[in-house]
Design a protein. Structure first.
Length: 255
């Protein structure tokens, strides 16, 4: 579904950092080219090797790392990116981005990127509600960043309130909506490729899902089905109707 798409994930220092491994894995299974950039603090919560193993790409941390191909790494990756998501995004990195501070690989790359940029704040409730942090978030919105509202719940610090990073399935849906068009899979249970919460499809359903890399009418899906499989038009219409019905039940947008 995301073949040929370059997704850059920025991971900052937060207890929720480990959850991005699930997101990276799900994106790879959709054939995306996934690159992960970590802040130095993020490496205290999850090892870069985890992301390198999942994505088959070098995880970038050090701006001056000499072990890379001969190009200006942060500029090259910024140019290739089709979407850039910073999740979890700490108050520190939000402040840097909002004020144009580029002092590590993550901030230098995102400031050089012209693709859609998404930020998922994750921090203590009092930090999130601090007027300074809220002003920085508004600044990012003013500059065209998309802000993903944090969830409310029990936080690692023991407090309860807003500031929780949404689950990987939710972050995945934002990326799919941005890159794959109007059809977006939302959590429905089950255990298909990637991680729990994605819709499960059979072989023909998987083929039709791949067809949605472009917007299609129902008739176009039926015609593509007939080109792919030796079936009657009646059977093709039945399979496409079932496919659309399942997507509707799963919470797909604008079917």
């Amino acid at each position: 579904m995301l073949k040929g798409k370059c997704v850059v994930l920025g991971v900052t220092g937060s207890i929720a950092a480990y959850k991005i491994a699930y997101l990276a894995s799900a994106l790879v299974k959709q054939h995306a080219d996934v690159h992960v950039i970590m802040t130095e603090n993020a490496t205290n919560f999850i090892n870069p090797i985890t992301f390198e193993t999942l994505t088959s790409n070098k995880c970038l941390v050090d701006t001056f790392d000499r072990n890379f191909q001969f190009n200006v790494e942060h500029v090259a990756l910024a140019k290739r990116a089709d979407i850039f998501m910073v999740a979890p995004a700490s108050a520190n990195v939000i402040g840097k981005m909002a004020n144009g501070i580029a002092d590590d690989m993550l901030t230098t790359t995102i400031l050089a990127a012209k693709c859609p940029k998404y930020v998922s704040p994750a921090m203590n409730t009092n930090m999130f509600e601090n007027p300074i942090v809220q002003d920085n978030i508004k600044k990012l919105e003013h500059y065209g960043f998309h802000i993903i509202d944090p969830a409310s719940g029990y936080l690692a610090c023991g407090d309860t309130g807003a500031g929780k990073m949404p689950e990987p399935e939710t972050l995945f849906s934002y990326i799919m909506k941005e890159l794959a068009g109007r059809y977006v899979v939302l959590p429905v249970g089950g255990e298909p490729e990637g991680f729990q919460g994605m819709i499960q499809m059979n072989v023909t359903g998987g083929f039709l899902w791949e067809c949605l890399s472009e917007e299609r009418t129902k008739q176009e899906l039926i015609d593509l089905f007939l080109e792919k499989y030796d079936a009657s038009r009646e059977d093709a219409e039945a399979d496409v109707n079932t496919f659309i019905e399942n997507l509707s039940k799963a919470g797909i947008l604008e079917v």
